[in-house]
Design a protein around this ligand. Structure first.
Ligand code: FAD
Length: 431
């Protein structure tokens, strides 16, 4: 029963996940006890993360680049040991991946984005052309960024979202606000680990859950960083203070910058599923009842650790509104125009969707029943009615629909595939 449940829940990443479970099972010094003071939990979580990389041989960055599915499976398994470990690992390696500076980042990093009201972000990064630096400044207490994972104790660098300000570049010679960009800001000394001048860090204190993660609040007081510390994928500043971007519209840059958060949100979904798997396994094993109330069975801790998943990677209420807004936009797009063209567009799209289902003419079913099936014959007539040219075109569009996304993803993961001179095949052995 137990083996069957493990095989069912762990599926294709069973081996990788079981390796991690075995590692923690054999290391009582790395297991999270039922009761633990906050400071000790911070320390344990840090040791768990180091052991995962240095002793268990997990290579999160390599996995992220070569096999993201296995990376998320490993994260999920880390959450089985302690959900704090999963979150700390996610904060640490997502940021390092964004920086693409693996060799230069020797220790912990944290990730400082925003609350829900992103447009109102107040922290600025003002370019100083004299010293070739940005000056990072949080203008008031209300603009302090709270809850940053890894900030209170272990982080040495932060990725900071701030408004990029270019002096004298606006209309009439005033400063120009180029919108939100990301910057790497050192927050602690690499040798002594002391907090650097101009940086204020406050611990967010004991939490309802996830107490292995050291969350902190950060404020910057005119902190200077080199111009190179701008993460310049979506916009850059030259030595003489000129701004360039492949995305000239500020809202496009904004969307692209925030798009960086999507990977983290995928990780959150994986982790939630992982929490469910742990809870189900314990429930089956213990047959619970009253025992479910014993802290050692972890239900309370799992619930407390998991509650914040609705908020900390983007508040669910706000994300729901964003999805609803986008769906309404798509709906409006679909039904704009006169009645006739709307009907025609609707029918055309329905036909494309219909054709995206298994090809009705060359289906691989060979039985007599299939050939006599009136639905199959009707489908075949529909395809012939559409015309073979249009049918081929529709099939081609369906198959190549996601090429640009795939190319962007592969390029982003720093892999190389020749998309311009590639060889396309429908041979199932290669699919
Ligand atoms: C444990 C923990 C860990 C975190 N880790 C990190 C981290 O590592 N890095 C980081 O950058 N941040 C981190 N955060 C911060 C997190 O990203 C924010 O808390 C989250 O985005 C919500 O923003 P907020 O706290 O400013 O709440 P607000 O956005 O102010 O929301 C407050 C309330 O208002 C509601 N609300 C907001 N806007 C709307 C709207 N338009 N319509 C209707 N209702 C609305 C929300 O639903 C919520 O109930 C963490 C937070 C926690 C608690």
């Amino acid at each position: 029963m137990a083996a069957a449940l493990v095989a069912y829940l762990r599926d294709q990443h069973c081996a990788a996940q079981m390796r991690l479970f075995d590692f923690f099972r054999a290391r009582s010094d790395l297991q999270t006890p039922v009761e633990l003071p906050t400071a000790a939990h911070h320390d344990l979580c840090y040791r768990q993360l180091r052991a995962l990389v240095h002793e268990a041989g997990v290579r999160p960055l390599t996995l992220m680049a070569t096999d993201p599915a296995e990376y998320f499976a490993v994260m999920e398994a880390a959450g089985g040991a302690d959900i704090s470990l999963d979150v700390k690992l996610g904060v640490q390696y997502r940021v390092v991946c964004m920086l693409q500076l693996m060799a230069m980042i020797p220790d912990s990093v944290c990730f400082m984005s925003l609350g829900s009201n992103v447009q109102a972000l107040q922290t600025t990064a003002t370019f100083d052309p004299v010293t070739d630096e940005f000056i990072i400044n949080t203008p008031n207490d209300g603009a302090i960024k709270w809850w940053i994972g890894n900030a209170a104790l272990h982080g040495k660098f932060a990725t900071v979202f701030a408004r990029l300000i270019l002096p004298l570049q606006g209309k009439g010679g005033e400063a120009a606000d180029m919108g939100i960009h990301e910057f790497i800001v050192p927050i602690r000394d690499l040798e002594t680990h002391a907090v650097l001048p101009g940086i204020e860090i406050n611990d967010c204190g004991h939490k309802i859950g996830l107490n292995g993660v050291d969350n902190g609040a950060l404020r910057f007081r005119s902190v200077r960083i080199p111009r190179d510390n701008l993460l310049n994928q979506f916009g850059d500043v030259s030595r003489d203070g000129k701004y360039t971007s492949s995305l000239p519209a500020i809202n496009k840059r904004f969307a692209a910058t925030l798009g960086e958060l999507v990977g983290g949100r995928v990780g959150i979904a994986y982790c939630s599923v992982g929490v469910l798997k742990v809870a189900v396994t314990i429930a089956v094993r213990e047959a619970c009842g009253g025992h479910g109330y014993a802290a050692v069975n972890r239900f309370g801790a799992l619930r407390n650790d998991h509650d914040i998943f609705q908020t900390f990677e983007g508040d669910n209420t706000v994300l729901l509104q964003q999805v609803a807004g986008d769906l309404l936009k798509q709906y409006q797009e679909k039904f704009k125009g006169g009645t006739l063209s709307v009907t025609w567009n609707y029918l055309r799209d329905s036909m494309s969707t219909y054709l995206s289902q298994p090809n009705p003419v060359t289906a691989r079913w060979e039985g007599e029943d299939h050939l006599w099936d009136p639905n199959f014959q009707l489908d075949a007539f529909r395809v012939f009615d559409l015309g073979i040219g249009r049918y081929n075109e529709t099939c081609h569009n369906i198959i190549t629909k996601y090429i640009s996304e795939w190319e962007a993803m592969v390029t982003r993961a720093r892999r190389w595939i020749d998309f311009k001179n590639d060889y396309k095949t429908m041979d199932l052995n290669f699919m």
